[in-house]
Design a protein around this ligand. Structure first.
Ligand SMILES: [Zn+2]
Length: 271
């Protein structure tokens, strides 16, 4: 079988490097990152998106867009949350305009430990935010929410750092347009359950996987290794390889290495 993969495009420079020198390393999907919501945001660069839309149509490459990391869907100051929601609606308009398929959102952060009772209150705000976005979102576009790393701190945590957060949300929102991105690297950092438990319970909600690796302590976005593949053999064969994968390394060289490793593994996989 043949490996089909997408790449995370970190910024404008990386897009043009991939386009000019490497013809996108053979990727069938590009996931574009938005690095701010200010005036200099990629979102405002109409020319950039015209080039992308035309090129991807020509090469039959699918498009998804990853929203700015610092957006907080659980923001409790309403006028601030409005700014975030407005920016995401703009992103929905953009993904429609470029003929893309989905947007990726992080849920946001809270200023308390992951064990705090306040997390549930913030998740309720997240649910409200997502409902508002879904009421704006057309039927052919998905909103995909991503799992985050767990931080051992009394002062902060990510919303969406455990499977319970996603079960909480999907229990309250039953909408085929709401999906999740399972980030394999994030699931390696201080999680309470192995990824397979997490994935098993949410598999039908998973739209795609993000692939990168780390030392278990910080979100390094390293290349996958042969060891990773051995350790994740069951996960790979049973779950990951059946859905779209997006390689999320820091640079083109590392993504190239990850593709080589995956290609070797797939040669030995009979399915
Ligand atoms: Zn990711």
């Amino acid at each position: 079988m043949k490996l089909i993969y997408g790449l995370s495009v970190r910024n404008r420079k990386m897009y043009f490097d991939l386009k000019n020198r490497n013809s996108f390393l053979g990727a069938k999907q590009l996931e574009f990152r938005i690095n701010s919501i200010d005036d200099d945001s990629e979102m405002e660069d109409t020319q950039y998106w015209e080039i992308i839309s035309e090129e991807c149509k020509k090469k039959e490459i699918k498009i998804s867009i990853h929203m700015f990391d610092s957006i907080n869907l659980g923001e409790r100051v309403n006028c601030v949350r409005e700014v975030y929601l407005k920016a995401i609606k703009k992103l929905i308009d953009l993904i429609v305009g470029v003929g893309g398929e989905y947007i990726v959102l992080h849920l946001g952060m809270g200023g308390f430990s992951y064990e705090s009772h306040k997390k549930k209150e913030r998740l309720m705000i997240v649910v409200d935010s997502l409902q508002m976005l879904l009421s704006y979102c057309p039927s052919n576009i998905y909103i995909a929410i991503e799992n985050m790393i767990r931080i051992e701190s009394a002062y902060k945590c990510y919303l969406g750092d455990c499977k319970e957060d996603f079960l909480f949300i999907f229990d309250r929102i039953d909408d085929p347009r709401l999906k999740m991105i399972f980030d394999v690297g994030h699931a390696n950092i201080k999680q309470l359950v192995p990824p397979i438990v997490f994935i098993d319970q949410l598999y039908n909600k998973i739209l795609a996987f993000h692939l990168h690796w780390n030392d278990g302590n910080s979100d390094q976005h390293n290349i996958l290794t042969e060891n990773w593949m051995m350790e994740y053999d069951q996960l790979w064969k049973g779950y990951i390889m059946d859905k779209p994968i997006i390689i999320e390394n820091n640079n083109i060289i590392d993504m190239h290495k990850t593709i080589r490793i995956l290609t070797n593994i797939i040669k030995d996989t009979k399915k």
